[in-house]
Unconditional design. Sequence first.
Lengths: 360, 404
Amino acid sequence: MLPAPENAVWFDGQSARRQAVLVEVSPDGRALRFGGQVWPVDRLRQIEGAGLVLALLVADGDDELPHDPARLVLDEGPMAGWVRGNAAHLARRDVQRGTGVKIAVRVGLAAVALAAILFVLLPRISDRLADQLPLDQEVAFGQAVIGQIEGFLGGDRPLTCDAPEGLVALEKMERRLTEGQGLRYDIELRVFDHEMLNAFAAPGGQVVIIRGLLDAADTAEEVAGVLAHEIGHVEARDPTRLAFRSAGSAGILALVLGDVTGGTVIGLLGDHILSASYTRDAEAKADAFAFGLLQRTGIGTEGLAAFFERISGMGADVPEILATHPASGNRAEAARGAGGAAERPVLTDSEWRALKRICR
Amino acid sequence: MDHPTVSDVPVGPDVKVQYRGDAAKLFPLALGVGVLGLVTFGIYRFWGKARIRRHVWGKMRVGDDALEFTGTGLEMFLGFLMAVVALAIYLAIVQLILFSVGIRFIFDPQSEMEVIAQGVSVALSFVAVLPLLIFAAYRARRYKLARTRFRGIRFGMEKAAGGYVIRALGYLGLTVVSLGLLWPLMTFRLEAYMTDRTWYGGARFRQGGTWTGLYRAYRHVIVGMALVAAAVVLGLMDQGGLAALSGIVGAIWGGIGLILYRVRGFGYLMSHKALEGGLGFRAEPRAGTVVWTYIKGALIVGLLGGVASGVIFSPLGAMMAGVEDAGDLMRVEYAVLGVVMYLLVLTVFGALSLVFISQPVLAHFADSVTVTGIGALDAVRQRVADDGADAEGLADALDMGGAF
């Protein structure tokens, strides 16, 4: 049973004139006829709006969507009901041909471009900028970063440990590691009073041991080994590069988070330095540097090897800095293979005890 | 002249603009797309936005005919992808350069000069993004117009975002230098820039009126500013109590003045727009109604959102009670669950505020508009499709989509 002809409004898609038309269903029930137009029922598509708004699906065209700009508006009634029941493609999605390929290409391009920015462009630029930073600025920057981390770990409490005898021992260890080595930087060593098992290097030659590491170490040679590794990072300017890299990626992160004030950069910096997510390559080079330094200074790599073994035995509780380093077991072997035991101890027993008590 | 000219005398009756929103229909839609956005890690938000716009546009009627939104989620998604890549390059490089310049001041300013330089470099990192924000705002409006149809005829805005950015920055500078006194100049000129480039089919819009005409809407802001200025002067004269009073009154006065400015400014600008052929507008939005709509909406959202949060969080609370004994893995699972529920609550609040605040406010502004000379539409012809209306990807990447 076909519905009776009904009054409707037609917009021809060429002019904004509102045209009143009488719509009828063709006798074979396959088309709507009105005002000289014949719209096949199986090409009708519904548009969201009041009443039943119809458009004609077309195969191609320069329109942004593959449907015709003309619109037929039916009031809710028998005719609208009949169209809903008989038009097969009313809810057809308005997608141009070739869309799938287009999506795949764009998503792929975006991913490649972002990866290229993050892993190629940014590291290059930031390394170049880092290399051009004058030494005094690098040192000032490093001090600021250390202040940042101190606040991060200790809140308002100053963290630098200063028991006089401990400082003397620390000074001795520093001299043993650096004197006559022709280092680029004046290494500045300090201990933070915090239970975290960690040590890190900040830009400009500053190296910080965190008390947890002293607590965990059995001999002064273990601590000296870790220090040698951190000095390796300092000499390779790894902390400065890392700072610049995180500044760049923080720019991208800020874009996602909608933070354009740069707060993200400064906030992330301390965190990054602390977790010291250097590349595997940088770690390997710092290790190699440490092995060489330890041999030259007669400290030997045995202490560092022992320390690596100790932390690999600690399982899940190892701090991030050491866990992200290459598998500790292998490093212990590598350290042991690189050179033997200490020729003469770094610290005397009493000095070592004083160093362990530097925070009291 | 011997050829026939188009009459600019209004033809046809006055016609009301009406927004027939329905909370019961919009809310399930908004909540549904919100949840879908959540489970797809935000990817669905483009399709969700397209669905909401199709719905909202369809409820907006001029006389008997509704608007139609023809944009698709897909094109918005693709636009976003392109914008993110472009932005990533721009921001990463700008950030790095500023960082390497600012590194010497940011952390440890040595002298007064360096303190100033530090402030400048922080401000610069914002200013570096400002042109992009303005650019994105223009492109977003252009995209929306290009995808809006009325009676089957498309709207469009010319490709002129670059000129817009330059003008916007200039007027913004003037506004800052004049301590806000020239704000109406900026509002008017920028709106006129966009309106004069807006088309409905083959017919162009015109922004009439003058920038000084906006001062009627702006005067309460000036009063507020004058009171604050008086507070500063009184403060310098050691009249502490009076200064505080004047400052507080001025701040409140100015705040309310800003709302009045937005509402009445819209009325003024809308009432002075015209479409080629003699079609015009009359708009009389009421600031009181807008404020009341906000307050009412906020109360409803707070109430319903509070109930919803309770429903969402109470099972979690019950589970948390047993967590003390649970292993680390369990604790991680509960933490994840907590984050998900938090996001769900945010989604509910977002949907509620869309339905009970944004929609009624939109409805009030729409309903306040009357179209005169609707007969002019009979002469309007279709325009060709705009290519390169970039689906507001930039606006989306910079998170400035607005309510709809």
